[in-house]
Design a protein around this ligand. Structure first.
Ligand code: UN1
Length: 526
């Protein structure tokens, strides 16, 4: 293990936050919120040791932050979109330059392996590039007017400061999806990050704002670190934020959704997933098995797109589980920054407890534990939150109630089916509807999976796993996943307000629907 990779002061210097007024090195408290609530202490989940802390907001400072974000919006909305794109382009370049230290910080703070930490920063670079292209588009429509000498158009205007609430597992990229689109759309952002990842948030936000300020635009990106009652709740309730974009649990999403609906604001919710992959009788197992392994154990099972359920044709079930168990046996669990590690720690001791409890529940419900399901001992990292990824085969009648719960950990429940119809019903039986996949060499089965009566999820892949979406498509899901769409395609529309304009270039008043509104008894035209 190289010490340089764990050197937080060096990372802070590389990222330009070493003298940030909100950063506190060597915090005098264990991880979590300090007793007086003024510090969010971040820990390395591979060691349990605090690494640094970020000063939290007070009610007053939060109000001031919102005021600054709002004032910045009033100016930013008037900057031409392609000029806004130039700022985002410069931000993308800075993230390119700092990809390595920022990716390391992500790994250090939330425990994902370095490849995935770097991949996450790349995802922010990708969405920023996408946003730059969009800054020359943001297209409205011209529609045919029913009236002579009239024109009917739709245009898109900036919406306002956007509240962004993110989870620990993508502490950089999910902000990127929101903030980079918001910026080209003419909006500013106020970001409340997870208390598990305040350092990544401080660095990420600072990098973007430093670039924007150097180009003359202050307060485009603001950060509000703190617990839910002093930060998230006031954001969610604040009318100055016309849109709240929130990523996290279904429970959190319900609270946010209700509160924002009460003030008739807009919500963009990206909540949990209980994603399944189907392997049909024709599937190429050399392709399917590695894809399922990445989907199930990547990011230690802590993606909202993680493969949690595997639905296998009965003719292949034994072979698939045999190959999976063999593949799991080769997975190196350990320091996420060490070369060769594939599975890092879970985020917290509570996550480890939830993992163990789910495994116990599955066994009590008749599930057969094929491998893993224990705490993993990693030499030199005894206080790390490591577990051995579990594969659990459901009993023959496929009844396994625990599989309906999203445990944010690497547990793969395996079910067997006889027909594709049965498999699709099972895929769709989850409360959530985020991601899904089918592995098949049958064109007909692939198309049936994608047809209206097929997968009910926001993401449906063929011969590609449930996780690891590119930024170019819209990202999000149905049912308890919350219905929001972020990232690519036309997700930008959520960050703008639509205006429909009727322009009369004639000299007569002409009413729609053929209405005449005058005393003479005339027939309407057309
Ligand atoms: C999340 O887990 O909240 O598709 C986001 C993926 C990533 C994003 C996951 N691109 O797995």
């Amino acid at each position: 293990m190289s010490t340089a990779t764990h050197d937080v002061p060096a990372l802070a210097r590389a990222l330009g936050i070493h003298d940030h007024p909100r950063l506190v090195m060597n915090p005098p408290h264990p991880e979590g919120l300090s007793p007086d609530g003024t510090l969010a202490v971040s820990a390395n989940p591979a060691t349990g040791e605090p690494i640094a802390a970020v000063r939290t907001e007070t009610r007053d400072s939060l109000d001031a932050t919102l005021g600054r974000a709002h004032r910045a919006f009033l100016a930013w909305r008037n900057v031409p979109a392609p000029t806004r794109g130039l700022v985002v382009r410069a931000i993308a370049d800075e993230f390119r330059r700092l990809k390595e230290p920022l990716g390391r910080l992500v790994s250090l703070e939330v425990g994902k392996i370095l490849q995935e930490g770097l991949g996450e920063v790349q995802e922010t670079i990708d969405i920023a590039d996408y946003a730059v292209g969009l800054s020359r588009q943001l297209p409205g429509l011209t529609l045919p007017s029913e009236r002579p000498e009239h024109r009917l158009i739709e245009q898109w205007h900036p919406l306002g400061p956007i509240g962004v609430i993110t989870a620990f597992n993508f502490p950089n990229a999910v902000w990127g999806w929101n903030a980079m689109l918001a910026a080209v759309c003419g909006d500013t952002t106020v970001w409340k990050p997870s208390l598990f990842a305040p350092l990544t948030a401080l660095a990420t936000n600072h990098i973007a704002q430093r670039v924007a300020s150097s180009m003359g635009h202050d307060d485009l990106f603001t950060l509000a670190v703190g617990p839910d009652d002093t930060v998230a709740k006031p954001l969610v309730d604040d009318k100055r934020l016309p849109l709240i974009s929130a990523t996290g649990s279904c429970r959190m999403g319900r609270l946010v959704g209700e509160a924002v609906a009460r003030r008739l604001g807009r919500c963009l919710l990206e909540l949990g997933g209980n994603n399944a992959a189907i392997i049909d009788a024709s599937a190429d197992l050399d392709l399917a098995v590695p894809a399922v392994v990445f989907g199930a154990v990547g990011t230690a099972g802590q993606r909202c797109t993680t493969t949690r359920r595997l639905i296998v044709h009965e003719s292949l079930a034994d072979e698939v589980t045999r190959r999976l168990v063999k593949a799991y046996a080769t997975i190196r669990i350990g320091d996420p920054l060490a070369e060769g590690t594939l599975v890092g720690p879970l985020i917290s001791d509570a996550a480890v407890r939830a993992f163990l409890a789910a495994v116990e529940a599955a066994k009590a419900q008749g599930g057969r534990l094929l491998c893993g399901g224990t705490v993993a001992r990693v030499p030199g990292l005894e206080r790390g939150r490591f577990v051995t990824p579990a594969i659990i085969r459901a009993p023959s009648e496929n009844r396994l109630p625990i599989a309906h719960e999203e445990t944010f950990a690497p547990i793969l429940y395996v079910f067997t089916t006889r027909t594709l119809d049965e498999a699709i019903v099972m895929n769709n039986s989850a409360d959530q509807g985020l991601s899904s996949a089918i592995f098949t060499d049958s064109l007909r089965n692939a198309e049936r999976f994608l047809a209206p009566a097929g997968s009910d999820c926001g993401i449906a892949n063929v011969n590609a796993g449930t996780s690891g979406a590119e930024i170019g498509g819209a990202f999000g899901g149905e049912k308890d996943t919350g219905g929001g769409r972020e990232s690519g395609s036309d997700s930008w529309k959520a960050y703008m307000r639509r205006q429909t304009c009727t322009i009369n270039h004639g000299s007569a008043v002409r009413l729609a629907q053929g209405i005449t509104f005058e005393r003479r008894d005339e027939h309407p035209q057309g």
